[in-house]
Design a binder for this molecule. Structure first.
Ligand code: FMN
Length: 184
C-alpha cells in the first residue's frame, strides 16, 4: 500500500451509526479487527487490550446492565430507556477495555495503547468496507460492563464499538488544520 493509499483510507474512515442491524460480520472479520488492535504500540509490552464480542441477545443484556447502572445514578429516564436497546443497532458490539498497570503511569499508558488499538481496529473496519462507531461507555457503568464481559473489575472500558454494514453514509467530516510547530 502506498502512503497516498493509506492517507486515503485514514481520511475515508467515518464514525457511522447508520448500520444494518441484520448485516453479517464474520468470525474471521472479527478476528482481524481485534488482531489489528493488538498491533498498536504498547510501552513495556504490557498487553493491556481486553475485548468482548457482544452479539445476538447479549446486546440486549449489555444494554440492560448499562441502563441499570445509569438508572442507579439517577440518569434521565428517557436516556435509560433508550440505552436498553441501543446495542441492537449493530450486529456486533466490541467492548474494548484496558487492563490496569503496575503504576498509575503504566495504567495511563496502557489506555493510550488501547486507544491506538481502537484506531487500528476502526481502520481495519474501513478497509473491510464495514461501518463502525466508537461510543463511550455511560458514566458509572464500567463495573457492570466488565462484570458482564468476564473482564477484571480493574479493567477500564474505553469504548463500545458498533460494527456492521452501513445502510447509509455517514455525514462528511472535516478536520481543522493541525496546530504544529517546527523547530529546526
Ligand atoms: C474516546 C471517544 C469516544 C467517543 N464517544 C462517542 C459516543 O459516545 N457517541 C458518538 O456518537 N460518537 C462518539 N465518538 C465518535 C466521535 O464523535 C467522532 O470521532 C467525531 O465526531 C469525529 O467524526 P469521525 O470519527 O467521523 O471523524 C467517540 C470518539 C472517541 C475518540
Amino acid at each position: 500500500m502506498s502512503p497516498d493509499e493509506l492517507a486515503e483510507l485514514i481520511a475515508a474512515r467515518r464514525s457511522n451509526i447508520f448500520i444494518d442491524a441484520e448485516s453479517v460480520v464474520s468470525d474471521t472479520q472479527i478476528d482481524q479487527l481485534f488482531t489489528a488492535a493488538q498491533w498498536a504500540p504498547n510501552h513495556k509490552r504490557t498487553w493491556p487490550l481486553r475485548i468482548a464480542v457482544v452479539r445476538g441477545d447479549s446486546r440486549r443484556t449489555l444494554g440492560g446492565v448499562v441502563a441499570d447502572a445509569m438508572a442507579l445514578r439517577g440518569d434521565d429516564e428517557a436516556k435509560v430507556l433508550k440505552t436498553r436497546t441501543k446495542y441492537l443497532r449493530a450486529p456486533v458490539v466490541l467492548v474494548v477495555a484496558s487492563a490496569v498497570g503496575e503504576s498509575e503511569n503504566e495504567t495511563e499508558e496502557n489506555k493510550y495503547a488501547v486507544a491506538a488499538g481502537i484506531q487500528n481496529l476502526l481502520l481495519m473496519a474501513e478497509a473491510m468496507g464495514l461501518a463502525a462507531l466508537w461510543s463511550s461507555p455511560a458514566k458509572g457503568a464500567n463495573d457492570a460492563i466488565t462484570s458482564l464481559c468476564n473482564m477484571d473489575n480493574t479493567d477500564h472500558v474505553l469504548g463500545l464499538i458498533y460494527v456492521g454494514s452501513a445502510n447509509k453514509e455517514a455525514p462528511a467530516a472535516l478536520r481543522p488544520p493541525v496546530r504544529v510547530t517546527f523547530l529546526n
